[in-house]
Design a protein around this ligand. Structure first.
Ligand code: ATP
Length: 327
C-alpha cells in the first residue's frame, strides 16, 4: 500500500549532543526541498504526548548550524514507556497531520521509537545523536567528535599543572559503559593510558599500569578513565591507589557536562548535514524503523533492532597503539 508522506515531525530525545541543531536544520531543509511539511516537536517524546509542536519553515533553522545543544530541547519522558502515553502520542500525530517521524537521540530513543512504530505502524527514521558513540552500525554518532576535541583541550590544560607538580591525574570522561571517548581522547592528548570498561573484565588495568612502570621516565602522568561502574570511575581508582600504592601523588578531575556543550566541529556539522538528508531520502524510499549511520564514509541504514541490541565493538588494537606511544 502506498503511504504518501506530506508532513513529518522531528524531535530530539535523551542526552543532548553538539550537532543536533545541525541535524534539525538539515532534516527541515531536506524535507521542505522535497515538498514535505515539517513540524518541530519540543522536549522529545514528551512534546508528542502534550502537543508542544510548531510548524517550521526554512528560516526557523537559520543560524543554528554552529550552536551546541538542541533548539527543540530534550527530555527523559517516562510516560512514553507506557502504552497509554504512546497512545496519546499517536493521537497527537493524527491531530497534527504528522505522517512520519525523524528522531534524533541514542539507544533509549530508538528503543521507544521501535516500539511506537510497531504498535501504530508509524514510519520512523533515527539519527544517532550522542557523544558516547555507543550505537552499533555507525562509525560515528553526532557529537562524538566535538566531545573528543573538548576533552583533548581540557587535558592539554590539566597536563600543564600535572607536569609542574609531578602528579598522576585520573581524568574521568563520559561514555556510560563505552570506552570510545576515553580511549580516543587519551590517544589525542598523548595520555599514558585509558582505563575502559571493555577491558576491565579481561585484565586489572590499574595493576597493569603500575606493573608497566608507567611513570619511570616521566614527570607527570595522565590517565583517562571512562565513567562506569565497571571501571569504578576516577574516584574509585584514586581510592584504590591510596590504599595499594600510597607513594603516588594522585589527583582526580571529572570533566562532567563540559563535554556535552560547545559549538560542533566541522566533522559533526558535515555528518549532521549528511544524516539529515539521508533520513529524508530513506523516508521517501519507504524505509522504516532504521537508523542512519556512516561506515567508511558511506551512509548506511541500520535496523533499530540491530543498532540498539548489538554491542559496538571497540578496536582493541588501539589500546596497543596507546601503550606503545606512552613509553
Ligand atoms: P543518551 O544515549 O544520550 O542517553 P538515549 O536516547 O539513550 O540518549 P534515554 O534517556 O535512554 O536516552 O531515552 C530517551 C527517551 O526514549 C526516554 O526518555 C523515553 O522517552 C524513551 N524510551 C527509552 N526507553 C524506552 C522504552 N523501553 N520504551 C519506550 N520509550 C523509551
Amino acid at each position: 500500500m502506498e503511504y504518501k508522506i506530506n508532513c513529518i515531525g522531528i524531535l530530539t530525545s535523551g542526552g543532548d549532543a553538539p550537532g543536533m541543531n545541525a541535524a534539525i536544520r538539515s532534516v527541515t531543509r531536506a524535507a521542505i526541498f522535497n515538498g514535505i511539511r515539517v513540524k518541530a516537536i519540543y522536549r522529545g517524546f514528551r512534546g508528542l504526548i502534550t502537543g508542544e509542536i510548531k510548524e517550521f519553515q526554512t528560516q526557523n533553522v537559520s543560524n543554528i548550524i554552529q550552536q551546541g545543544g538542541t533548539i527543540l530541547k530534550t527530555a527523559r519522558c517516562t510516560e512514553f514507556k507506557d502504552a497509554e502515553g504512546r497512545k496519546m502520542a499517536f493521537e497527537t500525530m493524527k491531530n497534527e497531520g504528522i505522517d512520519a517521524l525523524i528522531v534524533i537521540g541514542g539507544d533509549g530513543t530508538f528503543t521507544g521509537a521501535r516500539i511506537f512504530a510497531q504498535e501504530f505502524n508509524v514510519p520512523i527514521i533515527g539519527i544517532p545523536g550522542t557523544i558516547d558513540n555507543d550505537l552499533f552500525g555507525t562509525d560515528s554518532t553526532l557529537g562524538y567528535d566535538t566531545a573528543l576535541n573538548t576533552i583533548m583541550e581540557a587535558v592539554d590544560k590539566i597536563r600543564d599543572t600535572a607536569s609542574s607538580h609531578e602528579r598522576l591525574f585520573f581524568i574521568e570522561v563520559m561514555g556510560r559503559d563505552a570506552g570510545f571517548l576515553a580511549l580516543n581522547s587519551a590517544m589525542a592528548s598523548g595520555a599514558e593510558a585509558a582505563i575502559i570498561p571493555e577491558l576491565e573484565t579481561k585484565v586489572d588495568q590499574l595493576d597493569e599500569l603500575i606493573k608497566n612502570g608507567f611513570r619511570k621516565s616521566k614527570n607527570s602522568s595522565i590517565v583517562l578513565v571512562a565513567e562506569s561502574e565497571i571501571t569504578g570511575g576516577a574516584n574509585g581508582l584514586a581510592e584504590r591507589m591510596k590504599r595499594e600504592y600510597p607513594e603516588y601523588d594522585v589527583r582526580v578531575t571529572i570533566l562532567g557536562h563540559i563535554q556535552r556543550g560547545g559549538s560542533p566541529t566541522a566533522y559533526d556539522r558535515i555528518l549532521a548535514s549528511r544524516f539529515g538528508v539521508a533520513a529524508i531520502d530513506a523516508l521517501l524510499d519507504e524505509q522504516r524503523s532504521i537508523m542512519i549511520g556512516i561506515v567508511n564514509n558511506k551512509i548506511v541504514h541500520v535496523p533499530f533492532t540491530k543498532a540498539i541490541k548489538d554491542d559496538k565493538p571497540l578496536d582493541e588494537k588501539l589500546v596497543g597503539v596507546l601503550h606503545m606511544l606512552s613509553i
